[in-house]
Design a protein around this ligand. Structure first.
Ligand code: ZN
Ligand code: ZN
Length: 381
């Protein structure tokens, strides 16, 4: 079977892999497989920080120095990915299975495994499933190189094999292998055509059925990207993301055309009619004079950082918004990215303790967040 067929991922699995990257789209979304695949591609690129690490359109490893500290390679890969050694041991070496919603973790472990094997001087690897043996990915690692002082890149070639020599570790699920293959195929197109691996032995693995590619550590997808990739799940009927507009009555669903809206009406009407029957409250968003930044106490600050993301190893400092402070400096107000467009806010009741009657609120990309507090003044909330 051709290399490209094996990276097929069903629609349901695409939702799961995206979820593993915190890109949670409603499973009822009618988005096409192609549109979901595009989000997966964008998600993977954000996870490996392609835009930041690849100069221009193509990665050119000829400008990189070899990664010398091989013992530090695995540790550094782990730091870049925020992955935990215990996970690697439990899932990869002891074979504890993972669910489809843990695919990103599984891919991170594969990259960690590359570091592990590089360190041990092993160049040929097989990624197979210990329970299903009809296909596996054979990998030849050419070496690890230094993209920037703390980011390694693994140069390699790969091919599909159907007879697996021996039941080697590690065990990578079918979906994990398909997703990994997709990443390899994607990166292969980003590699400069001038690249050739060093040494005759390696060059044998760059010919015929072997395809040359690279792998960068896979970090958490930054919050900003998560926000972009979870918006616009498309027309509720056909999945098209072009020319969509919201149902003017409830604002909870979007349609691409009056035809699609008519088609949806029989099933949508109950939900649509129940919303205007609810209690609607108008609130004003703005600065709270007593506690700047919509209610955060003085001195606290908020960032647009995925909770699974770390600052370590990131060249780009996440944008930090500070509330005012003792110094009397003005609080930073994040820019208004929504304008007059409708958007969803999530309200979360405080987890006991702290201040009563307040709710945490934030939008999908965490571009807007703060506390909503009961107005004890005359107007009520
Ligand atoms: Zn439609
Ligand atoms: Zn409606």
């Amino acid at each position: 079977m051709a290399l490209t067929d094996m990276d097929y991922i069903s629609k349901e699995d695409l939702f799961s892999v995206l979820e593993s990257m915190k890109i949670a789209l409603p499973r009822t979304s009618k988005m096409s497989t192609e549109a979901l695949s595009k989000r997966l591609k964008d998600g993977l690129n954000a996870s490996q920080r392609s835009e930041e690490l690849i100069d221009g359109d193509f990665l050119d490893p000829r400008q990189f120095r070899p990664w010398v500290d091989l013992r530090g390679l695995m540790r550094q890969t782990m730091v870049m990915q925020q992955s935990i050694m215990g996970n690697f041991n439990r899932h990869m070496t002891q074979g504890l299975p993972r669910g489809p919603e843990q695919t990103l973790e599984e891919l991170q472990d594969v990259v960690l495994y590359f570091g592990h094997q590089c360190n041990a001087g092993v160049q040929n690897l097989i990624l197979s499933d210990k329970d299903v043996d009809d296909w596996a990915i054979a990998i030849r690692i050419f070496g690890a190189y230094t993209v920037d002082e703390d980011t390694p890149v693994f140069m390699l070639s790969y091919r599909i094999v159907h007879s697996i020599p021996n039941k080697t570790l590690p065990s990578v699920s079918e979906l994990g292998r398909r997703s990994f293959l997709r990443l390899l195929n994607m990166n292969s197109k980003k590699l400069t055509h001038q690249y050739e691996p060093d040494g005759d032995n390696n060059r044998k693995y760059a010919k015929k059925k072997w395809k040359v590619s690279f792998i960068l550590p896979l970090g958490p997808v930054p919050m900003e990207e998560v926000g972009k990739l979870t918006t616009d799940p498309g027309c509720d009927v056909c999945g098209s993301t072009k020319n969509v507009s919201r149902c003017s009555n409830c604002l909870t669903v979007v349609y691409c055309s009056p035809e699609c809206q008519r088609k949806a009406w029989p099933s949508h009407q109950d939900a649509c009619r129940s919303l205007p029957g609810g209690t609607w409250t108008e609130i004003n968003l703005g600065e709270n004079p007593s506690t700047p930044m919509g209610g955060l106490p003085n001195g606290m600050f908020v960032t647009r950082l995925n909770m699974h993301e770390s600052w370590q190893g990131r060249r780009r400092t996440p944008e930090v918004f500070r509330a005012g402070g003792e110094s009397g400096r003005e609080p930073d107000i994040p820019k208004d990215i929504h304008g007059n467009k409708a958007f969803l806010l999530k309200f979360q009741v405080g987890l006991g303790g702290g201040r009563p009657n307040h709710m945490m609120m934030y939008d999908q990309a965490a571009e807007l967040h703060g506390l909503l507090e009961e107005d004890r003044g005359s107007r009520g909330v």
